[in-house]
Design a protein. Structure first.
Length: 210
């Protein structure tokens, strides 16, 4: 019997991850970033598919800036104007923005059949229906133990994209704007990498946060 091996999932397997993406940055080069005393951060406008993504991205910015010794305050956007609320909070600048893409990493159990004979037809079953892989990369995690038959675990990478603005609270002027899409092995690492990369684009202007 002709051997038929359906392994379309594994053709997509790769160990090379695109951990960086394209970005476009605009900045007020005459602004004194080193004079920033405190930073307010709003909840970002969430991605349409994940309502909690705006809060998750906000928290990632808070963690990063706190790790750099910055005075950080959460600015409420539920009531009132965000810029007015930022002034009332006494912050120098306000970081706000939108989540443009939010895809957590996912795991898939792939059933490879019962018989490993080379003359046996082998069919891959991901689910009863064709499943879209959310990340742009997928890789194998090895065999699944404790499962009847021969199975493999596949994992798709996480992808998060953000469009962010920094606003001077006294003048209302946008002093920095950037957007970026970051991919990583898991959601937490992707969030941390995304925020770290965005803030490091300010290295020449605000070295203490880079």
């Amino acid at each position: 019997m002709k051997k038929i091996l359906v392994i379309f999932c594994f053709i997509a397997v790769t160990f090379q991850f695109s951990c960086t993406g394209q970005y476009t940055m605009g900045i007020r080069q005459d602004y004194n970033f080193n004079g920033i005393k405190s930073v307010g951060i709003t909840e970002f406008t969430p991605s349409g598919s994940v309502s909690s993504s705006g809060k998750i991205v906000q928290d990632a910015f808070v963690r990063y800036l706190l790790s750099k010794g910055v005075d950080v305050k959460i600015v409420n956007t539920k009531t009132g104007d965000e810029l007015t609320n930022a002034r009332l909070a006494g912050v120098t600048v306000l970081i706000t923005g939108s989540v443009i893409e939010f895809q957590p990493d996912r795991k898939y159990l792939v059933y490879l059949g019962e018989d490993n004979s080379p003359n046996t037809q082998k069919v891959v079953h991901v689910s009863s229906q064709l499943t879209e892989i959310p990340g742009s990369n997928i890789y194998g995690r090895g065999p699944a133990f404790g499962v009847e038959g021969k199975s493999e675990i596949l994992v798709s990478n996480a992808t998060v994209g953000v469009s962010a603005n920094m606003i001077d609270t006294q003048t209302g002027s946008v002093i920095w704007s950037n957007n970026y899409v970051y991919e990583g092995l898991d959601l937490q690492g992707t969030l941390d990498g995304l925020v770290r990369y965005l803030m490091r684009t300010l290295k020449s202007f605000w070295p203490s946060v880079a």
